[in-house]
Every structure is written in structure tokens, then in C-alpha cells.
Design a protein around this ligand. Structure first.
Ligand code: DON
Length: 424
């Protein structure tokens, strides 16, 4: 709604019409979506309203259209009334009713108090590329710029792609960046995020300078960086480019799969479980294993620290790449490695997306790798230098666009998910 008011060129109700049509008349369920709905059968069946919508056709999702009548009504009200169609009136009342019947604590006052906020993006540089990404209360932009600084400083490009030296150097950088995330990042409206210090070149140089390509530092020996704070005293992704060269990189999240699993009765949408992105107590991990402290502690009206990293890259002042992904704590490292794959390893967009990924977030001190990334030999060598390796079936579901020199667009849609690259 806010983006539409500022930049939109089509009428608001026309923008919502395709979504209303899909909700009202249904769409064919993909194999990926059917698998997910079957995997979450038990959890989604625990809530009557959720079950009515999300499990109606269990287990034969592939042969039926997925219809969401209540959601269509909700979207029609939003099409008519904009922001107030959700935060006031009938839909708001349905949310409050849901809260009352489920011992929730969100009130009409909370809904009235919530508004979207325009914030400055994080801007940094990687070689001759300008990186534009999301600032606090997401950790994504600051962490990504720190990671890319580390990759440039330690010249990770000189190592063979996904070799021992590459994986170890990259994960050494990643651990230090996630240690900073845990301590220094939270909602900037409530916590004085030392953004300038965290992105300061000298600070970053010292932070990464001791890293050795074949030595793994135990996470217990890595602490957040320190500096004098002398300034005045943080999932679904779309990457879009239009014929005029405008670019949109947008990540939106309800956190866990199907959020809290609770559908607002009569309104047809799921409530999120975003509170998990806060740090409940120092050092106590959330569902992504992330730890945090004071900066991201729970407070009324405060926004939780995200890892979303919607990113736009310019090269020589021209649009060069648009990228992002879901994946919780792994969002940042998937965006980071995809950028390196294109800029340093000369991959095309789809190849960079397809390429196997790995991830280290400081704590827990484990190296998460996609299955079939490492040869047995490399697995052993990494284990020998102290990495605890955990295999995961997939990391990230990237949606990216690379702008070729002739202006044509190169789409990269992640086969790990249900992603597609389309030109209209
Ligand atoms: O904002 C965040 O960092 C999380 N709520 C993102 C969760 C997510 O990407 C789940 N998807 N796989």
C-alpha cells in the first residue's frame, strides 16, 4: 500500500484483482506445495479453521483446485479500503475475535499503532559494484556488506569454488559476522545500532585480518567485535525488473512454515510466528539456532531482528543484479554466496542459484552444507581442521535477475523450491 502510494502507476484495485481471482477461483497445486501440505498435515489439522482451508483436500491436493473464499473476501476489502481494510473494520475485528478465542494479546490499539516505515537502505561496495540492501530491523544488509568486505579483503576469489580454502575462509568470515549480528543488531527505533562502526572499513579489516584459509577457529573463541560507540546515541522473495529499468527486490515473511499455523476465522489468512525472531533471553537460540541479547530483546512496539536480505546491485551506475531468498538465518549467506558466484566465479544467474551452498552462523559452531556438495576427501579435510559438518537437503530458494551487457535479463529461479523466472 505504501509502495503503491509512492511509486504506483496502476489503480490499487487492479493490482489486487489477480490475487482475488486466484483466491476465489483457486489454482492448481504444484507438487512442491502438495508435498508441503502433506508434510504439515498433523500440525495444520490442529486448528479447525486452518484445517478447513489447508487440509480440505488431504491427501489429494494435486487433483483439486486450491480455493480460499475467506481470503478472497479479505483481499476485496483491502482492495476497497487500502491499509484500513486490514487494520480497521471487519478484518481487524476478525483478528481481535481470533485473539479472544485463542488467548492472544493483540488489541485494536496495537493494530492502530502499527505502520510501515520508510527506511534508508544499507549501501556498500564490493569491488566495482554498489550493493543496496535492507537495513535494520533486518540484519541482512549490514551482514551482507560485512561479508562482501571480508571476501574482497581476503581475496576468496583466488580459491577454487567450494574448495577447502574457500569454504573455510568464507565460514570464518560468516561466523564473525553472525557474532556481530547476535550482539549489535536489533530494531533501531529501540536500540542504538552501531551501524557506522559495523560497516567501518578499518573495523572490518581488523575483524577479518587474522583469518587463515586452512585454520578453523572454534566459535567459542570468536566474540562480537568491539568499538567505541561515538555516534549519536535488526518468507517469500520477488525480484522484478521492468522495461524502464526499475527494480524491486522484496522479501516478506510470516517466519515459520505456515507461521503460527492459526488462520483468522472468517478472514482466511494465517497469523505469523514472528516473535521467534526476537531474542527471548541472552544466548538462548530461536528456531533458526540464532542467539541474541539486549539489542534484540522483546519490548512493546519493538520490531524483531530479521535476516531478510532483499538486495539490488549496480555496476558502473547501471542496474546489475536483483536478488533475495527465504531461509531464515541462511538468507544472508545464500545471498552472499550467490553474489560471489556471479561476480567472482563468472557464473550465469541460474548457475549461481543452482550452485551448492554452505552456511556458518557462528553459533551453533557447525558448518551446514547441502548434500552432495563435498567429496568424501573434502569432508574429511574440513573435519580434520575442526569443522562439525551437518548436511541439509537444501539451502535457500533464490529468485534473482542478472542484467546482461546488452540489456537482456537473465533470470535465476531456484529449483530447490517452487520458483519460476518469467518475462511478460
Ligand atoms: O525475518 C526473518 O529473518 C525470518 N522471519 C525469515 C524466515 C524464513 O525465511 C523462513 N523461510 N524459510
Amino acid at each position: 500500500w505504501e509502495v503503491h502510494k509512492k511509486f504506483g502507476s496502476l489503480p490499487w484495485d487492479q493490482l489486487l484483482a489477480p490475487a482475488i481471482d486466484l483466491a476465489e477461483n483457486g489454482f492448481e497445486v504444484s507438487v512442491y506445495m502438495s508435498d508441503m501440505l502433506i508434510r504439515y498435515h498433523e500440525k495444520l489439522s490442529g486448528f479447525e479453521e486452518t484445517s478447513k482451508i489447508f487440509q480440505k483436500d488431504y491427501p489429494n491436493f494435486l487433483t483439486k483446485k486450491f480455493i480460499q473464499k475467506d481470503l478472497a473476501q479479505t483481499l476485496k476489502i483491502i482492495a476497497k479500503n487500502g491499509r484500513d481494510g486490514f487494520y480497521k473494520g471487519k478484518v481487524a475485528q476478525l483478528i481481535i475475535n481470533e485473539m479472544n478465542s485463542g488467548t492472544g494479546i493483540i488489541s485494536q490499539t496495537d493494530l492502530d499503532n502499527y505502520s510501515s516505515i520508510w527506511r534508508d537502505p544499507i549501501i556498500g561496495y564490493f569491488k566495482n559494484h554498489k550493493i543496496i540492501s535492507m537495513g535494520p530491523p533486518s540484519s541482512g544488509g549490514i551482514a551482507l556488506v560485512q561479508l562482501l568486505n571480508g571476501a574482497e579483503q581476503l581475496e576468496t576469489k583466488k580459491y577454487n569454488h567450494n574448495s577447502l580454502e574457500y569454504i573455510n575462509t568464507v565460514t570464518e568470515i560468516e561466523s564473525r559476522v553472525y557474532a556481530d549480528r547476535a550482539t549489535h543488531l536489533g530494531d533501531p527505533d529501540y536500540y542504538n545500532v552501531p551501524q557506522a562502526s559495523l560497516l567501518n572499513k578499518d573495523y572490518l579489516f581488523n575483524r577479518f585480518n587474522e583469518i587463515k584459509s586452512t585454520i578453523k577457529t572454534p566459535s567459542s573463541e570468536i566474540k562480537e567485535g568491539s568499538f567505541d560507540i561515538n555516534e549519536s546515541n535488526e518468507t517469500t522473495h520477488f525480484s522484478i525488473v521492468d522495461k524502464f529499468g526499475n527494480a524491486v527486490s522484496i522479501t516478506t515473511t510470516i517466519n515459520g512454515a505456515y507461521g503460527s499455523k492459526v488462520v483468522v476465522e472468517g478472514a482466511g489468512f494465517l497469523l505469523n510466528n514472528e516473535m521467534d525472531d526476537f531474542s527471548v533471553k541472552p544466548g538462548y537460540p530461536n528456531m533458526f539456532g540464532l542467539v541474541g541479547g539486549e539489542a534484540n530483546a522483546i519490548e512493546p512496539n519493538k520490531r524483531m531482528l530479521s535476516s531478510m536480505t532483499p538486495t539490488i546491485i549496480e555496476k558502473d551506475n547501471n542496474l546489475y543484479m536483483v536478488l533475495g531468498t527465504p531461509g531464515g538465518s541462511t538468507i544472508i549467506t545464500s545471498v552472499f554466496q550467490t553474489i560471489l558466484n556471479v561476480i567472482d566465479y563468472g557464473m550465469g544467474m541460474q548457475e549461481a542459484v543452482d550452485s551448492k551452498k554452505f552456511h556458518h552462523q557462528w553459533l551453533p559452531d557447525v558448518l551446514v552444507v547441502e548434500e552432495k556438495t563435498l567429496s568424501d576427501e573434502l569432508n574429511k579435510e574440513l573435519t580434520d581442521i575442526g569443522h562439525k559438518i551437518v548436511n541439509r537437503s537444501s539451502l535457500g530458494r533464490m529468485d534473482c535477475i542478472l542484467i546482461n551487457e546488452d540489456g537482456s535479463l537473465d533470470g535465476g529461479a531456484d529449483k530447490r523450491g517452487d520458483n519460476t523466472a518469467i518475462g511478460y
